[in-house]
Write a protein that binds this ligand. Structure first.
Ligand code: NAD
Length: 267
């Protein structure tokens, strides 16, 4: 019989993940670590990235954290270089860090436009460039970029966010054509509505604390728009990343996978 589970064994593979301190990045770090991967997590929130690494180490895994502002090419390079210096290689690069943005086009200032481009778009380019620098000589590698369901559904206030995520999708597809012959796969994940800190503004009170009643309302409202009748959890997206790291995805590149309950980005 084919040993299908062996394809999910990531023992010895080195994974660099940005945004590892929260939500999808944290769940992905814990999930890939549970499958045996060595995790090097970057986040602008150093304490949060450290907490993720501690949780992995406490469970017997191998992990470290590096404070990384993904808007800085030098810091993204330093994150990747630290993984290669410590572990000799980089097998998986997950460009996950990102922020939401909701504003009508007419109201967007130059500063916030530059900020969203830097955090959500340029960072992914830096992560891809930094990773392939090592992966091409290795002759192997697996890059996973986080796009968004916002690329599928035009909606008011999402222009800047959707632009950055569409750019990530196109970078993914284009880079896949460039580095496929080098043995490197490049795919993107475009989640629908996922319950993480990203969407906190939907259900926090005036002091910024989570209001359980509003959380339920948010889940009901967005969940009701999806054919699967729920919002996603970070684990749903982490599981998609795990699949992309498995041998089950070894013939997939340039693809956009959509864990979204059947609804791209309801509004
Ligand atoms: N939650 C959703 O509904 C949803 C849907 C589609 C796509 N996404 C995308 O998923 C990715 C992860 O989001 P999440 O839902 O886990 O949100 P999250 O807020 O829980 O996590 C985002 C992480 O990115 C980090 N970060 C922010 N700015 C950074 C910077 N400049 N440098 C380094 N790290 C930085 C934050 O500190 C945080 O740990 C983002 O790219 C987001 O756009 C989220």
């Amino acid at each position: 019989m084919v040993d299908v589970l062996a394809g999910y064994d990531l023992s010895g593979q080195v994974a660099v993940l940005t945004g590892a301190g929260s939500g999808i990045g944290k769940a992905s770090a814990l999930t890939l670590a549970a499958a045996g991967a060595i995790i090097v997590g970057g986040d602008i929130d150093e304490a949060a990235a450290q907490a993720t690494a501690d949780e992995i180490r406490d469970s017997g895994g191998i992990a470290s954290a590096v404070r990384t502002d993904v808007t800085s090419r030098a810091q993204v390079d330093a994150l990747i270089d630290s993984a290669v210096a410590s572990h000799g290689r980089i097998d998986i690069m997950g460009n996950i860090a990102g922020i939401p943005h909701n504003k009508m086009v007419a109201e967007v200032t130059d500063d916030e436009f530059e900020r969203i481009l830097a955090i959500n778009m340029k960072s992914v380019f830096y992560g891809c460039q930094g990773a392939i620098r090592h992966m091409i000589p290795q002759g192997s590698g697996n890059i996973i970029n986080i796009s968004s369901g916002a690329i599928d559904t035009p909606a008011p206030t999402l222009a800047c966010y959707a632009m950055t995520k569409a750019a990530v999708a196109m970078l993914t597809k284009t880079l896949a054509t460039e580095v496929g012959p080098e043995g490197i796969r490049v795919n993107a994940v475009a989640p629908g509505v996922i319950h993480t800190n990203f969407s906190r503004h939907n259900y926090t009170d005036a002091e910024g604390n989570e209001d359980p009643e509003r959380v339920e309302k948010y889940k009901k409202r967005f969940g009701s728009m999806a054919p699967l009748r729920r919002v996603g959890e970070a684990q749903d997206v982490a599981d998609t990343l795990l699949f992309l790291c498995s041998t089950g995805a070894s013939f997939m590149t340039g693809q956009i996978l959509r864990p979204n309950g059947g609804a791209a980005m309801p509004w």
